[in-house]
Design a binder for this molecule. Sequence first.
Ligand code: ARG
Length: 460
Amino acid sequence: MTTGTSSHKLWGGRFATGPAEALDRLNRSIGTDFRLWPFDIQLSRAWAMALWQGGVLTLEENEALESGLGRVGERLAAGAQPEAGDEDIHTMIDRLLHEEVGAVASKLHTGRSRNDQVATATRLWTMDACSRLDSAMAALQQVMVERASDLQDAIMPAYTHLQRAQPVSAAHWLLSHFWPLQRDRRRLTQASRGAAVLPLGAGAIAGCAFPISRVLLKESLGFHSVTPNSIDAVADRDFVAEVLFTLTLTATHLSRLAEDLILFGSSEFGFVRFGDRFSTGSSMMPQKRNPDALELARGSGGRLLGDLVALLTTLKGLPSGYNKDLQDDKRVLFDAVDTMLLVLPAVAGTLGELTFQRERMREAVTGGMMATDLADYLVTRGASFREAHGAVGGLVREAEQRGCELDALPPATISAAHPLFGEDAPDWLGAAFSVARREVEGGTGPESVRAQMERAKREI
Ligand code: ARG
């Protein structure tokens, strides 16, 4: 069965019949690429102008196309929907342009192909998406910095191997999730720059045969350079891969923040309580307060990785030039961007409405966590660290046998463990004391954390 011959097509003259419905359904990409329309119109206007400047179109023709494309844009903005025969957004815009300006619309496709057209539109969309993503990331960072500023003097356990390790400022822990996002934003800026290379003018594969200025096209569309090779230009999807990788890493970072918070929100930890607006209930268990936004954020790490792997697998082994496999680049790109634009504000909202239970955090800091400080005490008195480690290890064992914490051991027991222990040794088992000793740059000491907060604010 074939589709109706009445449908608007950008090709078909050489075929006796239209495509089979099974091919048509598979081939049709408008369900995915419809959203490229503002960028397709933008590049089409620039292309009409380039054709006029190149002497291919008359001024009147350029003006007709220019105003026609403007009206097509208005119709699309007002909600114009695809027709059954619209293969992709480029075809639909071409159809609408014919409706608006008649036969002159057929001149717009001179010297260009959907191959350079779709690559250009997708790059423009990506550049715009990168700036929306950057704002969403910066908004999350802003919440982190605000929440951290209240937590500078709150002390909590830091964990290694998910075992209590050493006391830290809660602000220090929260900011540990800020810096990965800062790196993501830097990567996103680079990815956006990678996208800002103009393929238009590459034609189908060999380059446009009409004297259009790619430099003017580049300038008018906001690209920073033009592609140096037309064969590469129509097939290069590195920019998609770079954005997907960047977002996969962001999703990975958010999944780790989410995991910390989910864990800290459990009754067993009780360090945080989720706000009502970012908690969901259970249809069966009335007592439940579930952190769904964080769980979905954590889950999106897998989804984004799937998008990245799908793209790289599609690209791997493709022959030179455009191949239809590339049509699926947008499916994964849009999915990844859409997902992150949902996840980032939801994580920011959840974080903004958390209540930090400082008491619970503080109570979780136990004496044994200052064992390193006690060993450091001996080092300041002249012992080697290995010797100090051994002596304090003996005290830890002793405390374990007595069923008490290190700081509950009698001072005499401590003194007996090493000749260099003095009366002031138990002071070194204080959590605030331990935190205050770590004023190294990047450490958890109060001054260091203040400096880190300032730096974080500057970098947003
Ligand atoms: N819808 C197509 C895509 O997204 C447009 C390019 C079509 N090119 C072609 N030679 N059929 O890739």
